[in-house]
Design a protein around this ligand. Structure first.
Ligand code: SF4
Ligand code: SF4
Length: 178
């Protein structure tokens, strides 16, 4: 595995420098019929697995500091249980439905950093929203979500390192040979 970039300033600088190579990756994969959607997802997951294991999110928390958290209705029950406050208060305090509509979602937690972040840790970890549980999500359908994934390379070290490794892998072993 390549040496991993975890410093956020360095990640942002390198993500900007590599924007063209990430865009070229997207173009190369977008219509490549030699690599099926499932095969591409498997390749991405095989690259992501050791990177996810090696990066300590407790040392980072940048997603909790910098991204809107999309909410789905079941999150409200979870947050109510975790915060021990009524559902109505969760909605009033944490669920911005107008901004959610802008994102095409039911609601979002609009504040940055997330008001539920304590230091680098989630204060309601066991009850965190679904979006927080799955982030960063590469599959299924990596091919069809590459724009969002590439955008995430300047926010999340896991995404940056996975995309960098994928670029190197595709360069070294083009899809027809996979
Ligand atoms: S709810 Fe917890 S995991 Fe989700 S963004 Fe807020 S602090 Fe982070
Ligand atoms: S998911 Fe990414 S941005 Fe969030 S804490 Fe982990 S490495 Fe940092």
């Amino acid at each position: 595995m390549q040496s991993l970039v975890t410093n956020l300033d360095e990640m942002r600088r390198l993500a900007a420098e590599r924007a063209a190579s990430f865009a070229a990756l997207r173009e190369a994969l977008e219509f490549d019929e030699s690599l099926t959607d499932d095969a591409l997802d498997s390749l991405v997951e095989s690259i992501a697995e050791p990177i996810v294991a090696a990066i300590d999110c407790k040392q980072c928390a940048n997603c909790c500091r910098s991204l809107d958290v999309c909410l789905i209705p079941p999150d409200i029950d979870r947050l109510s249980a975790g915060l021990r406050i009524p559902i109505e208060d969760v909605i009033t305090l944490y669920a911005d439905e107008d901004l959610g509509r802008v994102h095409g979602e039911w609601a979002v937690i609009p504040a940055h950093p997330c008001p539920l972040l304590s230091g680098n840790l989630c204060s309601i970890y066991a009850h965190r929203p679904h979006a927080c549980r799955v982030y960063p999500q590469f599959t299924p359908d990596f091919r069809y979500n590459m724009d969002d994934t590439i955008e995430g390379a300047s926010h999340c070290p896991i995404i940056y390192n996975v995309l960098t490794a994928l670029v190197e892998r595709i360069k070294a072993q083009p899809p027809d040979d996979l």
